[in-house]
Design a protein around this ligand. Sequence first.
Ligand code: AMP
Length: 283
Amino acid sequence: MQIVSTIAEVRTAVRALHTEKGSVGFVPTMGALHAGHRSLVQIARARCGAVVASIFVNPTQFGPKEDFSRYPRTFAEDCAALQAEQVDLLFAPEVATMYPADASTVVRVEGLRDRLDGASRPGHFDGVATVVAKLFHIVQPDAAFFGQKDAAQVAVLRRMVRDLNLPVEMILCPTVREADGLAMSSRNRYLSPEERRQALVLWRALQVAEALVKNGEQQSARLLDALRSVFASEPTARIDYLAVVDADTLLPVEDVRAGALLAVAAYVGSTRLIDNLILPSSA
Ligand code: AMP
């Protein structure tokens, strides 16, 4: 695996990969890699001739009071994991490489930018859209791989790709979970053992929702009431948002329909966790 940190090096290396191996798949990450990231690489590996990954903790997607400075950085382990997954090229730029001091262009996906996580984290999706647009222009992949766990992010990025006519196929990959159901996340390592146990309330709520819908529940309002009761059983977990939305527009839907997205964000201690489920068809 070649590791590069400048844009010129990426361009040269990707040109060679295109010639030697054909299609290029791209997996952007913020590092602190886990099995969820690795599954994205495996899916990219299966679909593309070459795989490029990036590790960049993007400052513009963190709010001023968020965890940018303490976000886990485990570069040596990450390199070993990507090497083991046969990644061809890793792009790990410095902040100054991605954002020159006078950088003044921002990609804003209007409408979607302030829904779900965008409502709780103002400006977050502008940072995500801007960095991913830049990474797409730098790497110029044929396809890019994103996790279902960040469903709102995927909706924002799909819209951006469509609106800006970016020639990148967007591939959505399933959420990878711990054995007990907790969605894998780089932020899980912030949890104390007791918080780790409490964090399972997100998974319990999603399972209750799935069972209720399979048993015929069609009203989002009633479903959400039931899920708030599940959260009440774990009073240390605080709901940030809990919503049934259209997976493309992120707008609330009143009737539970096949394909609607149940999305949740909750604080466990000071750690904010997200998870979601594409709801099954009603009975
Ligand atoms: P991050 O490093 O958190 O920015 O995530 C990089 C990519 O990995 C994003 O596309 C995430 O959606 C994806 N990802 C994170 N956690 C998981 C997971 N548990 N399962 C599948 N994909 C994930």
